[in-house]
Design a protein around this ligand. Sequence first.
Ligand SMILES: [Zn+2]
Length: 342
Amino acid sequence: MKAVRFHHYGGVEVLKYEDAPEPRVNPGEVLVKVKACALNHLDIWLRQGLTGWSLSMPHIVGSDIAGEVAEPTSPATGFRPADRVLLAPGISCGRCAACFHGLDSACRAYTLFGVMVDGGYAEYVAAPAANVIPIPGDLSFEEAAAVPLVFLTAWHMLMTRAQLKPGEDVLVIGAGSGVGSAAIQLAKMLACRVIAVAGADWKLEKARALGADEVIHRRRQSIADEVRRLTGKRGVDVVFEHVGAAVWEACFESLATYGRLVTCGTTSGEEVKLNLRMLYGRQRTLLGSFMGGKGELLDVLKWVGQRKVKAVIDSVFPLAEAAAAQKKMEEGDFFGKILLRP
Ligand SMILES: [Zn+2]
């Protein structure tokens, strides 16, 4: 089969479109013919060797996958050839206490497609049957592939970790990213007031089109000052954050008393300062979040299948042009998901 692999860590030039062996399908696994695979920042960090995980080489990344069940797939898996499916990105053992509690990402064996197992930058991928989910509603393969990682992440952050309540004020950092565009829509489903932050006017317009009530241009405006103005000096109930050092202080300052800050990423750096007096005095909560459980993915897919929320698609590249797609992501010149089509 054709796949995009890298044989050593490096820049986009290490991505090679080449022949690779078809995946071995173990008992209990489903072979999926990949029709669409969405990019995530994780793909870039893996390629650069920045994750601390030691990857098998040559390596195939890609965690967000949709496609058709292919042969050989045993009927015992419950799937038949040509079934339209998407893959839950997180793989866990399925039989430890964390897994049984639905806390998949706390499983000791937890990994993602494209990390310790081959991912979706390829024509075929083998998946444990527990990860294979029928595509809900009439979603296209591209729409289906654009959903799992960002909507699962945003759902786990807002609903499970931050316990978002109807009508609360929510500050969404990085509104132009996949996870930001998912967060805006999920918060609006709970009739929250969303203040979206991005670094370009065209991104702020798109954020408004997705339902953001207020927008802040992070290059032209002070996030904390604008939040203070928009909330009558109160601050927001929830800050949805995944950028890290560059916005940390502004995010923390923007929290109301009893506000919760939930974070899932550090694209701009991971070391920050924290004023403990403002933490306890204002009774604020800091929450870390990482992926989520398959049950949560099924919850959010119900909304996606009814088109109450949608994955925002920026662009679709042929698989052979994976390097150009990743370059676009590195340059930040996108809104929503960038996809590959094998
Ligand atoms: Zn487990």
